[in-house]
Design a binder for this molecule. Structure first.
Ligand code: FAD
Length: 425
């Protein structure tokens, strides 16, 4: 019997799913497979996947499983994908369908699949991929990207004939967070579509609120869903266009598309640059003298640096899995340009804790802050200024439970020392 196997990874949805759609088109019998291996392992001294993302992924899997059953497709959640494929290939004539990823570990995994008959698709981005100079800036990319085609979302998949397989039961970890201000996400395609629908009436305010440090409605909060593919970027694009047709176009509604282009940009930079975004020297291929100060490392990770805004941000990240874009920028800039620490360890820390972690956006942004990515100037965030501009004092009260105090270190001098010592300028 011919069996189409859809390998689910970061495409945990039914809607606009290229590998699922094509498997359903080609075959009467379709089986979904997902491996829990992504949840395991270490990155530096951190768990690769902390409880926030684990919970989010598992909720998304349960949603996917239930949604697939409506089409008579079973989702088998397995521990060891290699063994499962080997076993299936002995009993069935299998063809594997999968979505291509851009991370190096993901690519290595994909190479192993090539001993089987397979069909792969690249559908991680909103725009159709095109070749550009990945060492150049976002602006260089954007000018071309804005002319790029965005494919229409796919039609609904047809109902299939049932194939029954044993599946691992998964247990959703319990999370106890007693901070009422915490942003906690519930995983799954259904939740993603609800979030999109709820955000549409707000698209004309996005640009004025997106930089705030706190507040659920201040930005779209699409990222956790996009990271593991509970929603496709093309679906988001289409819905925003429909909303614009019903209301009007605005700077703000354009800006969501603009930010989604940043996501595409980092995905395509990672796709074309091989493993460079994971290397110390980055895509600029320059050498650095990062400091190896264990005490500073520990103070940073334990939120005890004594720099209120940074400590508060670390507290939020470690207790919720979330940090706004503004705080991510400030924290990564401080880690690299004020403390002089190795950006890869900071990126590993974010990888461990962020609920919306994806390799391209995380390593692309860290590399950008570290001055070895696609940045064109040496930009340092001024903590005091940032606090004033984006309600930093309320944020500090919320996450450190204390009033703001001013920095008692010579901030500018520190930045200059690091610049000379680490960045050899
Ligand atoms: P919105 O402001 O509503 O933006 C809409 C969408 O655009 C986002 O969902 C996201 O998909 C995309 N987007 C926005 N800003 C960026 C950006 N700078 N880079 C790439 N895509 C962007 N984003 C992740 O999804 N995963 C990560 O692991 C991640 N790590 C980051 C690490 C650092 C050091 C920094 C500075 C940024 C990182 N980002 C990451 C990008 C950005 O912070 C988040 O995408 C954003 O905060 C998510 O909130 P939102 O969905 O409300 O975004």
């Amino acid at each position: 019997m011919k069996l189409a196997i859809v390998l689910f990874k970061n495409n945990l949805r039914i809607d606009d799913n290229y590998s699922l759609y094509n498997a359903c088109k080609d075959s009467d019998f379709v089986l979904g497979l997902y491996s829990l291996e992504v949840l395991k392992g270490k990155i530096y001294d951190f768990e690769k996947c902390n409880i926030f993302r684990e919970k989010f992924i598992k909720e998304s899997l349960i949603c996917l499983k239930n949604n697939l059953l409506k089409y008579n497709i079973n989702l088998s959640i397995v521990d060891d994908i290699d063994k499962s494929l080997e076993k299936l290939s002995k009993s069935y004539e299998i063809t594997i369908y999968y979505d291509e990823e851009v991370g190096t570990q993901e690519k290595t995994f994909e190479e192993k699949l090539q001993k089987y008959k397979y069909k792969s698709f690249f559908s991680q981005t909103m725009i159709e991929p095109f070749v550009f100079d990945y060492k150049k800036s976002f602006s260089h990319f954007r000018k071309k990207a804005e002319k790029q085609h965005i494919s229409k979302t796919l039609d609904e998949i047809p109902r299939k004939k049932t194939v029954d397989f044993k599946s691992l039961d998964i247990e959703i970890p319990k999370l106890e967070i007693d901070n009422p201000n915490a942003i906690i996400f519930k995983g799954g395609e259904n939740e993603a579509l609800v979030r999109l629908q709820n955000y549409l009436p707000k698209i004309h305010y996005y640009k004025t609120t997106r930089n705030e440090m706190s507040g659920f409605e201040n930005s779209t909060k699409f990222s956790p869903y996009l990271a593991i593919g509970c929603i496709s970027p093309r679906r988001i694009y289409e819905k925003i266009k429909e909303e614009e047709e019903e209301t009007h176009q605005s700077d703000s509604s354009y800006w969501i598309y603009f930010e989604l282009l940043w996501r595409d940009f980092f995905h395509l930079v990672m796709k074309y640059s091989g493993n460079k975004l994971f290397l110390k020297s980055g895509i600029k291929e320059i050498n650095y003298n990062f400091r190896k100060n264990k005490k500073t490392f520990d103070s940073f990770f334990n939120a005890s640096l004594g720099v209120d805004l940074i400590d508060a941000s670390i507290n939020e990240l470690k207790t919720t899995g979330w940090l706004s874009n503004r705080n991510r920028q400030i924290v990564s800039s401080y880690f690299i340009k004020n403390l002089g620490l190795d950006w890869r360890v900071g990126a590993g820390f974010f990888e461990s804790f962020l609920v919306d972690y994806n390799p391209a956006s995380n390593y692309g942004n860290w590399a950008y802050q570290a001055h070895i990515g696609n940045d064109s100037s040496y930009r340092v965030f001024d903590i005091e200024k940032q606090k004033q501009m984006y309600n930093g004092n309320d944020y500090i009260k919320k996450w450190l439970n204390k009033e703001n105090s001013k920095l008692n270190i010579d901030y500018k001098e520190m930045v200059e020392i690091i610049r000379k010592e680490v960045f050899l300028e």
